[in-house]
Design a protein around this ligand. Structure first.
Ligand code: GAL
Length: 413
């Protein structure tokens, strides 16, 4: 699916063009150029206005992903209704690359016979295609990277119809180790330069391509990746398919909220829901926490064979609308005691999303004191997993939370 033209920008341009035919002056030419520049930067600025949602091949298919897997994921996004809930990006991770041929062009391997046809297949279903590369000479799975070929590869991706690039540091780390001599400032400058180089190459193609920087949070990437052009950047290590990994990463995201907002997001890594290692309560924990964090939501499972519980979790539109709240204000931890945590996120219109998390192995009561939210009373209280309105709260209320589970509320003052 191509970007819809922005009518508010096109109409002034069209009106101007008709007057332009009548009297062309130097100043009108200058104005036309200014309008066209405005139009193009506005289109780019519109990328990822809410955290990207979709699917990524890595967590389930690893480096053996194939064209057929990607088509099946696209079909499943449509058939399950996940596309209509906002999961739009179909992202091929590491494992698609073949050889770089003599002309310098990077070609796909035999599992991807025709990238342009695959992009057409994905676009015909109202979805967008993502791809993966590295600023290093080789990727983390040992495939050909983009080092020294950035402009060429960006043009190739644009020609195929790619809408999203994940650019993963991988073997460039060795160059950092070699040349930065342990100096964090030099390392940061070097990373900025290589990630910005691909950003410029992508922008030079003229195609709106969401840019995902993956460098595992090195050199506090959240402080500079946005200036290097990234729409999202990883804040830490790879997520694994178990509760410990999901929660170690998720609950370590406190304090990063000021770096996120429309067009630029902290990325705590992909979802593991549906891969078999999380119970339904643990899956609800990941989706709730990621939504409070305004995190990108990239399903990482096999969508064509997932069980009903996983689909119900991934497709909870009440929770997804917290993640996609247009103001894009990332949440934070408000309270913690032992293995209990309360996180909250301000939403558009003055309501607040609140997650009460129980990281212990037994059911536990968690007290919610509205003073934490700066409130005395809550007139409307919605339970986002039970899909029901609860009684108003005066002052405080205690909630029973399942082991490794969550109660997720939206509270209106
Ligand atoms: C890692 C990255 C993973 C995946 C993998 C592919 O560095 O964090 O998400 O992309 O490389 O090799």
């Amino acid at each position: 699916m191509e970007m819809a033209p922005n009518k508010t920008l096109i109409y002034p341009v069209a009106a101007f063009l008709s007057s332009f035919r009548r009297r062309m002056t130097i100043s009108s030419l200058a104005m036309l150029i200014a309008l066209l520049c405005l139009s193009s930067s506005a289109t780019l600025a519109q990328l990822a206005t809410t955290p990207p949602m979709g699917w990524n091949s890595w967590n389930h298919f690893g480096a053996k992903v194939s064209d057929a897997d990607v088509r099946a994921a696209a079909d499943a996004l449509v058939a399950t209704g996940l596309r209509d809930s906002g999961y739009l990006y179909v992202n091929i991770d590491d494992g698609w690359q073949g050889k770089r041929i003599d002309s310098g062009e990077l070609t796909p391997n035999e599992r991807f016979p025709d990238m342009r046809a695959l992009a057409d297949y994905v676009h015909a279903r109202g979805l967008k295609l993502g791809i993966y590369s590295s600023p290093g000479a080789v990727t983390c799975a040992g495939n050909e990277g983009s080092m020294g070929h950035e402009e060429r590869d960006a043009r190739t991706f644009a020609t195929w119809g790619v809408d999203y690039l994940k650019y993963d540091i991988c073997s460039y780390r060795k160059i950092l180790d070699r040349d930065a001599h342990g100096d964090p400032e030099v390392a940061q400058r070097m990373m900025f330069a290589v990630f910005e180089r691909m950003n410029s190459a992508l922008r030079a193609t003229g195609r709106p391509i969401v840019y995902s920087v993956s460098q595992h949070g090195l050199s506090r990437g959240w402080t500079w990746a946005n200036q290097a052009g990234a729409n999202l950047w990883r804040t830490g290590d790879d997520v694994r398919d178990n509760y410990l990994s999901v929660t170690e990463i998720g609950f370590a995201q406190g304090g990063l909220s000021k770096f996120a907002g429309p067009g630029h997001w902290n990325d705590p890594d992909m979802l593991e829901i549906g891969n078999g290692g999380l119970t339904p309560d643990e899956g609800r924990t990941q989706l709730s926490l990621w939504s409070l964090l305004a995190a990108p939501l990239l399903a990482g499972n096999d969508l064509s064979t997932m069980d009903a519980d996983s689909l119900t979790i991934l497709n909870n539109r009440e929770v997804l609308s917290i993640d996609q709240d247009p103001a894009g204000r990332q949440g934070n931890r408000l309270w913690t005691e032992g293995s209990l945590e309360i996180w909250a996120r301000d939403l558009t219109g003055g309501s607040v999303a609140v997650g009460l998390f129980n990281r212990s192995q037994g059911p536990t009561d968690i007290p919610l004191d509205l003073k934490l939210l700066g409130l005395k009373n809550a007139t409307k209280v919605r339970d986002e997993w039970q899909h029901r309105n609860l009684a108003p709260i005066q002052g405080s209320r205690t909630f029973r939370v399942a082991p490794h589970g969550v109660v997720l509320l939206v509270i209106h003052p």
